[in-house]
Each structure stands twice: as structure tokens, then as C-alpha cells.
Design a protein around this ligand. Structure first.
Ligand SMILES: [Zn+2]
Length: 597
């Protein structure tokens, strides 16, 4: 498609707003749908409570159909309210609706919880026979995988007690952590006068072109965090201790075991991946040494890690859209068509404006509805890659919704970022082919390389730090700021080697990171997905056209199989450590491009 065929927009995607009426007509219609759905939940509970063991293939299929319809309706209502609020925080009608939806969601999950519990409680042979029934074929993996928690479930009264004490035993520490970090303020002068800065505002200076601002911001940040580190460490210590106790009660033999089970990944495969990644930390170190030279420094300081090296030219929204369209259509005309529908059907909101939330995301909405994309396009190269990224998620949602039920459409966490990263790589390659401006090409390559480091290397380093912290606590050592600092610095030194000088204050670099507090060992899934995308992209480069159909089938799998089985379809074997080396070789290839440019 040529740029002339696109709707004309002003700078910064002016006027590009979405139309949510495809989800539900308006707030009244959403309320009506919610009421009807809550009645359907009660009717469902009435019909099936205590009777799951009596179901046969056809009646189980009917029950799953009802659950799918409920899930779709709740998805529509919840998304409609959430998406309205995302573009206008002051939308009172949407805020009221959101509050009603929240209550409704609690009511619905209370009414429906029995079904999963009863299903898990079934004897293995009964459940296996039911899951094998031809009528439930499309939800077979979902039915089986729900039962993976069975060996770790306690008796009903124990489970209830644990659930009741959850708010005091863990949520309270998480809230204290969040509030503490959110309230950290430090005066900082960026040249326009001293004003108070939050943690995020100070961190943002690492992208500032002025070195003294970068260095000063991190020093200020760590100085501001230091007095809070005893409290932040105590929050972490309490959560880790609690999790270790629960692991023992539930029979998890390793602090990572529960996460691996959630991710449907084999512990040995994840460990093999992390070892393979650690072996190649040198790729990043080589780049950091080169980057020091480009900045005229002997050695990079931590604050220089993401320093801009001269950005590319501006990329207006229409051009960005055309590039993404061309690249995805070049991959597959059908995939390109699915991407184009987001724009044609006004399922994209790209215009930054007051009251709209920042960043970008793709909302799946529901299996019987189309996904929507939120962007804040400011005409940068990074914004172009963000369009590709979010449309990549969009492709995943569209194809899995077409081919799976509402209960089986959601991909496992470890695969969620694969289609988004893959779409970025497709667009990245196309951009490199067509872009003649050397500065823009260089910025593109460096951007891709550094985002790979942040995702693959740094997230792996963080998972190792978590392992160290859990090992300390399991050994009876309380997680004090000093002990956490020691393992944090050791893991960082392993990653950066001597290529980056870590400032004294970086001892507190662990203290504000929410993943450790909210979802342990979440970070390795980022590394997994990024590397898997690089492996897939290498296959695409080798196989060309022949790769497209299996890839579209993969998009359509959603949650119908575990990650290992989904990747197996491409001949990718997670038990073979060489698999990860293929992805890391791709990073090395990017590094050589960056060293040239
Ligand atoms: Zn994403």
C-alpha cells in the first residue's frame, strides 16, 4: 500500500482514535450484558455444582460452552470499561462502569470457582476419560493442564485458611513496598531548576543525551532509596519467607518450581537456557566496550548503558503505518490483511493527548471480539517498532481466537511475547532494507541490540539474583539490605564483567524492582520469549515462504498446548541446549551489524 492510500493524519497521529462500539454499543448496553452474564453464572452454578463427577463427554462440552460464553461476555464488558478509561482517565461514566464490573467479576469468579476445584478433585482415571471424549477435543489441553496443580493442593479447609490469610500475609507487604517506592521523592535539577523527582522520573534520565544528567540522576536515585532499603528489604524478606513455607506445605521442591509449573516449562530446560545465556554475556560486554569508544570514554558507567548515540530521523505516523503494513504483508499477505483491519476498523488509538494513559498495549478483549491497540505515537523510530510489537500481539489474539475456544485461546505466558518480538524483527529487517539514512540505520540496529540485552541478559541476571536470595533465606539468613546488595552486585558483575563501572549506590539497585515482590521468577519468561523469537526468525530466514504456514498455525495455537509442544512443531527442541545458541547467534549477528555502523 502506498502512503497516499492512507488517511491523512497530522503530526503525532492526530485524530487517530478508536471506536469501541464494536465491543458493546455503549455503557448501558455493557451494564445490561453484565447483568445477564451474572445471572448466567448463577444458573451455571445451580446446574453443575456438585455434579462435575457425573458429567459425560457431551454434558461436559455443554458446560464448557457455557463457561466460554460467560468468559467472552465478561471480557467484552471489562475491556469496554478499561479501554474507555485508558484514553480518558476523567471519563466518569467509564469509571462507574469499571467499579460495577469489578464487583461483577468477583461475583462471577466466586460463583464459578467450584467448577475448576471439582474438576481438579476428580480421580485421575475419571478426568482422563472425560478429557479424552471427542466432544471436548478443543479444550483437551486446558482440561488436562488445570489439573497440573493437583499434587500441590491442600485439603479444602486448609486452602480456605490460606486464602483468607493472603491479604495479611502477602498482599500487605506488597502494598507497603509499592507505596514506599511510589512515595520516594528526591530533588533534582535537570537544568531547568530543582524539582522533586519520582523513582521512574530519575530512571528515565538514562536515555538523556547529557552525560552529567544521566550520572547525577542515578546517584540521586540511589541516595534517595538508601534510607528506605531496610523497609524494602524487610518486605522482600517477609514475602520470601512466606513463599518458602508455602512451597514446603504444597510440596514444591524448589523456589522456582511453582513458576515453572505455571509456565508449563520443564525446570531442566529453563536451567539449560539460563546457562546458555550466561555463557554469552560477552556479547553485551563487547558492545559496551565499543559504545564507550563511541562516547569518547575509557569505560562506560552504568548510567551510560542506554545513552543515546544520536537517534534516527522522525517517522510520522502514516509512514510508520505504511512500513509496518509493507513488512507484514511481505511476510504474508494474509497476515498483512489482518494487521490492516486494525486500522480500517478503527481498533487503534494512536494519538497522544491529555488524560490518556502512556505507553502501549494490545487488549485481547474476548475470543468472540477483535483485539484493540493503544499507542502514543510521537514520530520516533521506537514508536514505529512499538506499532509492530503491538500488532504482533494482535495477530496472536486474532488467530488464536479464530481457532480456539474462549477457554483455550490464551497462550502460555512464556510464549506471549513471541509474536510481538517476531513482528518487530520482521519490520526491523524491512526497515534495514529500505532505509538509506546511515544514522537511522545505526539507531535501528543499536535499539534492537540493546533491547535484546535488557530482555535476554538482564532478566536472566535478575532471575539468578532471585535464586541467590531464596537460597540465603532457606539457609536461615534474613534478607538484609547488605546481604541483598552482596548477591545483587555479584550477579551484576558476572553480567557486566569489567565493561561497565557500577557506581557505589548500585548496591541498592535491587530495592525498587516490583517483579521480585509481586511475581517471583517472572523475569526468565522475557528471556525465553525473546530468544525463542530470534530462533524462529533465523528459521524464517533459512526457510522463507515455507515457514509462513507453520508460523500462522503457531499463532492459532493460543493455549492449546504447552510451550515446548508448540515450538516442537518448528523442530525446536527445548531439551537441546544448542537451541538457545541459535538465538544467541542472532544477537551476535546484530552485534556485528552494530559494530560496523
Ligand atoms: Zn508485549
Amino acid at each position: 500500500m502506498t502512503a497516499g492510500a492512507l488517511d491523512a493524519t497530522g503530526p503525532r497521529a492526530e485524530g487517530v482514535r478508536w471506536d469501541l462500539s464494536r465491543i458493546v454499543a455503549d455503557a448501558d448496553a455493557a451494564r445490561t450484558l453484565l447483568d445477564e452474564t451474572l445471572e448466567a453464572c448463577d444458573a451455571f452454578a445451580e446446574r453443575y455444582r456438585g455434579r462435575v463427577a457425573e458429567l459425560d463427554g457431551p454434558t461436559l462440552a455443554a458446560a464448557l460452552d457455557e463457561l466460554a460464553a460467560i468468559s467472552n461476555a465478561l471480557g467484552r464488558v471489562g475491556s469496554y470499561a478499561g479501554l474507555r478509561r485508558a484514553v480518558d482517565v476523567n471519563d466518569d461514566e467509564a469509571r462507574d462502569l469499571e467499579a460495577v464490573v469489578e464487583q461483577g467479576m468477583v461475583r462471577a469468579s466466586n460463583a464459578l470457582r467450584f467448577f475448576e476445584l471439582d474438576w481438579i478433585a476428580l480421580d485421575d482415571d475419571v478426568a482422563e476419560r472425560l478429557a479424552d471424549a471427542p466432544e471436548v477435543e478443543r479444550d483437551r489441553h486446558h482440561l488436562r493442564s488445570m489439573r497440573r496443580y493437583k499434587p500441590h493442593r491442600l485439603a479444602e479447609p486448609e486452602e480456605r485458611m490460606l486464602a483468607e490469610r493472603g491479604p495479611a500475609a502477602s498482599t500487605a507487604w506488597q502494598n507497603l513496598f509499592e507505596q514506599t517506592v511510589a512515595n520516594v521523592r528526591a530533588p533534582y535539577d535537570d537544568g531547568s531548576g530543582t524539582r522533586d523527582h519520582t523513582v521512574d522520573e530519575l530512571l528515565a534520565y538514562v536515555h538523556n543525551p547529557k552525560r552529567e544528567l544521566r550520572l547525577g540522576a542515578l546517584e540521586t536515585l540511589y541516595g534517595a532509596l538508601e534510607p528506605w532499603t531496610p523497609i524494602l528489604a524487610h518486605c522482600y524478606d517477609s514475602l520470601v519467607a512466606d513463599r518458602l513455607v508455602l512451597d514446603r506445605l504444597r510440596g514444591y521442591d524448589d523456589p522456582m518450581a511453582a513458576r515453572h509449573l505455571d509456565n508449563e516449562l520443564d525446570p531442566a530446560e529453563v536451567e539449560a537456557m539460563m546457562v546458555a545465556i550466561e555463557r554469552r554475556y560477552g556479547i553485551a560486554q563487547q558492545w559496551f566496550r565499543h559504545k564507550a569508544g563511541l562516547l569518547g570514554l575509557d569505560r562506560l558507567a552504568l548510567a551510560d548503558q542506554y545513552a543515546p548515540l544520536g537517534g534516527g530521523r522522525p517517522v510520522p505516523y502514516e509512514e510508520a503505518r505504511a512500513v509496518v503494513d509493507e513488512a507484514l504483508s511481505g511476510f504474508s499477505s494474509e497476515v498483512g490483511g489482518v494487521a490492516r483491519a486494525f486500522f480500517d476498523e478503527r481498533r487503534v488509538d494512536a494519538e497522544p493527548r491529555p488524560g490518556k494513559r502512556g505507553g502501549a498495549f494490545c487488549a485481547s478483549v474476548a475470543q468472540d471480539s477483535e483485539p484493540y491497540v493503544l499507542l502514543n505515537h510521537t514520530d520516533t523510530l521506537r514508536d514505529l517498532m512499538t506499532i509492530a510489537h503491538e500488532l504482533g500481539h494482535g495477530m496472536h489474539f486474532v488467530y488464536s481466537s479464530r481457532r480456539q475456544t474462549a477457554l483455550s485461546a490464551h497462550a502460555p505466558l512464556a510464549l506471549c511475547e513471541v509474536p510481538s518480538t517476531f513482528a518487530e524483527l520482521v519490520v526491523f529487517d524491512r526497515m534495514l532494507e529500505r532505509e538509506s539514512d546511515p544514522a537511522t540505520r545505526a539507531a535501528l540496529v543499536r535499539g534492537e541490540l540493546e533491547s535484546g540485552f535488557a530482555t535476554v541478559f538482564r532478566q536472566t541476571m535478575m532471575a539468578r539474583y532471585e535464586q541467590d536470595a531464596y537460597a540465603l533465606r532457606a539457609d536461615g539468613k534474613a534478607l538484609t539490605p547488605d546481604r541483598l546488595a552482596e548477591v545483587w552486585i555479584a550477579r551484576n558483575e558476572q553480567y557486566y564483567g569489567d565493561s561497565i563501572e557500577l557506581p557505589e549506590g548500585y548496591r541498592f539497585g535491587w530495592s525498587y524492582i516490583p517483579h521480585f515482590i509481586n511475581t517471583r521468577f517472572y523475569t526468565y519468561a522475557y528471556a525465553f520469549a525473546h530468544l525463542a523469537s530470534l530462533v524462529l526468525y533465523a528459521l524464517y530466514r533459512d526457510q522463507g515462504e515455507a515457514f509462513v504456514e507453520p508460523y500462522v498455525d503457531f499463532l492459532g495455537m493460543g493455549g492449546a498446548a504447552a510451550p515446548g509442544a508448540q515450538l516442537q512443531a518448528f523442530g525446536i527442541d527445548l531439551t537441546d541446549p544448542g537451541t538457545w545458541d541459535r538465538g544467541l547467534d542472532e544477537m551476535e549477528r546484530l552485534l556485528s551489524l552494530a559494530l560496523e555502523g
